[in-house]
Ligand binder design. Structure first.
Ligand code: ZN
Length: 237
């Protein structure tokens, strides 16, 4: 275990593929890992329900991870749902605005998440905060960009008088590489767990089981996940 391994971490954990991989990454590195999910009336509430199954699955997969896995927290952020006029929280069709951003975009959402995560980490004595933000192949969310996260680290440390370290292990990975990271961390067992139990679909569909997991198969999140998995499998043979 590295020097950081003596430390304790908080993982932003939605129950999707990215945050499940981040949780495994953190369990591999830190002595104690707690998880945080946000409930803001999102349509994919099913993603939040995946969290318990993933936590249990990770603990079974690698017993050392199970010993390091600490409390799970859920914070209600109803205000975020109230102020967002988006397809995630209203029954609008998924599409793209003139800005090029998907209309599921909730402006500044990750800045709010990180602020609440840091406030919780402060109270819990956790130094490291881990999030699945990625600027490589997602839809241009500006608050997922590396510069935005680094700026948040500075702002949170100044504003809370702490030395938090924000980690974004997926920042420069594409979706195929994220599947590869899961395999590196936990072998085929972790890939299978992420396929079976993590949830990404914007529409909250769990009906059809594809090679890459459950989902509608046509929304932007499913398309990205499916294409990444297809390339991961193709590069594995
Ligand atoms: Zn979908």
């Amino acid at each position: 275990m590295s020097e950081a391994g003596k430390d304790r971490a908080l993982v932003l954990f939605s129950g999707g593929q990215d945050s499940a991989t981040c949780l495994a990454w953190a369990l591999d590195r830190f002595a104690r890992v707690e998880t945080l999910g946000f409930d803001y009336g999102q349509r994919h509430r099913i993603e939040l329900e995946a969290r318990g199954r993933l936590r249990a699955g990770l603990s079974r997969l690698v017993p050392a991870w199970g010993r390091r896995l600490g409390d799970d927290h859920t914070l209600s952020l109803d205000a975020l749902g109230q102020i967002s006029e988006t397809a995630l929280t209203r029954e609008a069709e998924i599409g793209y605005a003139a800005s090029g951003l998907p209309n599921t975009f909730v402006p500044g959402r990750n800045l709010v998440f990180l602020t609440f995560a840091a406030a919780l980490a402060y109270r819990r004595g956790l130094r490291h905060i881990v999030g699945g933000m990625c600027e490589t192949d997602f839809s241009g969310y500006p608050d997922c960009r590396d510069d935005a996260i680094k700026a948040m680290q500075v702002a949170l440390n100044l504003g809370m008088d702490r030395r938090f370290v924000l980690h974004t292990p997926l920042m420069w990975l594409d979706k195929a590489q994220t599947w590869r990271l899961a395999e590196d961390l936990g072998g085929g067992g972790l890939v299978d767990l992420v396929v079976e139990e993590s949830h990404t679909c914007y529409l909250g569909e769990r009906g059809a089981r594809h090679a890459w997991g459950y989902g509608c198969g046509t929304c932007p999140a499913c398309t990205l996940r499916a294409e990444g998995h297809r390339r991961f499998v193709a590069e594995s043979v």
